[in-house]
Ligand binder design. Structure first.
Ligand code: DAH
Length: 351
């Protein structure tokens, strides 16, 4: 009788050993970098267990190789995954230790700064609030009546071309307001005199964008309606304003034309010619144009149901962007809408 010789007992033993190793890998836990490294060397190092198994693997016959190969690969993957996972979690927990360390100095917080437009706007609001003006606002998408017709600019009036308008494509009865004078109308429609209000806001015009002009900018409209309001009151108010904002009280009113005021004027403030910057800013004249103004046209009062025989008033409109550019010597209006933090950071001290 030929008895079949059993294969060497080595293979099943090896298999058991590997299974035990797998168990050991699965059970291993640590967040100590040194212990994890020790574990890695034990299994995955050059002289580690895996390499020694692979050496033995070579002497197995092909049926044994199939099974052992699968197990060894499983062991290798498990060990590698484990080391990576433990390393990741241990570095996280060491970060946690850092964060919870209350004696650690705080990280610097980068506080923002107010936008130069807001700085100037708030300053102007303060100045007029001090003499009894309220703040009013209106919509940026306006109808024809409030932006044009009520302001004495009927359809086909040539002065409409003074302001290149963005119309709403689907409904041209609506447009992006071209000036904050529209808020005057809304305010007069909803309030009885005496009226003293200023209306800050964004306005839009269909203009090519360049260093000098933009398709949107900001204005402040002023309106004062009462019995016996005169041109002298207007001038007095403007002198007060320029003294407060620029520290300069000398102004001049140049005759001008606006459909909603009669008479109308352009306001220049005397800046002076004390240094090279003054020469540059004022183009050598010493005078700077800062706003438009006038006595509210009786037609506008009537359109807003205010009796022009009983009441009169003045209005003015100024560009906030322009004043911000002047005050901060900024030579490109586009900087005001780009929101580049390096630009904005420079205004930290201006409020
Ligand atoms: N609405 C004018 C503009 O956009 C500015 C203006 C001029 C407003 C004279 C006024 C005013 O109230 O009286 O250019």
């Amino acid at each position: 009788i030929i008895r079949r010789v059993k294969p060497p007992v080595r293979a099943p033993n090896e298999e058991d050993k590997i299974k035990k190793d797998i168990q050991e890998i699965q059970d291993f836990k640590s967040d100590s970098i040194a212990e994890i490294e020790e574990f890695r060397i034990k299994f995955l190092g050059k002289k580690g267990l895996l390499n020694s198994y692979f050496v033995e693997f070579k002497s197995l016959d092909s049926t044994e190789k199939k099974n052992a190969g699968r197990l060894l690969n499983e062991l290798k993957n498990l060990a590698q995954d484990k080391v990576e996972a433990l390393k990741a979690s241990s570095s996280k927990s060491s970060e946690n230790i850092k964060i919870n360390d209350i004696s650690r100095p705080g990280d610097p917080i980068n506080i923002g700064s107010r936008h130069p437009i807001s700085v100037v706007k708030n300053r102007i609001i303060d100045i007029f609030s001090n003499i009894g003006f309220t703040i009013s606002e209106g919509p940026e998408i306006e109808d024809d009546w409030h932006n044009f017709s009520a302001l004495n600019l009927p359809e086909h009036h040539p002065a409409r071309d003074m302001q290149d308008t963005f119309f709403i494509e689907k409904n041209p009865d609506f447009l992006l307001r071209t000036h904050t004078s529209s808020v005057q109308v809304r305010y007069m429609e909803n309030n009885k005199p005496p009226i003293r209000t200023i209306s800050p806001g964004r306005v839009y015009r269909n203009e090519a964008i360049s260093a000098r002009s933009h398709c949107f900018f900001h204005q402040i409209e002023g309106l004062c309606i009462d019995k016996d309001v005169s041109f002298a009151d207007l001038k007095q108010t403007l002198e007060y304003f320029t003294t407060q904002l620029f520290g300069k009280s000398k102004i001049r009113l140049r005759p001008s034309y606006f459909p909603f005021t009669e008479p109308s004027a352009e306001v220049d403030v005397y800046w002076g010619l004390n240094n090279e910057t003054d020469y540059k800013m004022t183009k050598g004249t010493g005078w700077l144009e800062i706003m438009g103004c006038g006595m509210v046209d009786p037609n506008v009062l009537e359109n807003c149901k205010i009796d022009p025989n009983e009441y009169s008033g003045f209005a003015f409109g100024l560009g906030i962007d322009r004043i911000a550019l002047l005050l901060h010597q900024i030579d490109d209006i586009r900087l005001l809408s780009e929101n580049d933090v390096r630009f904005l950071d420079q205004f930290k001290s201006s409020f």
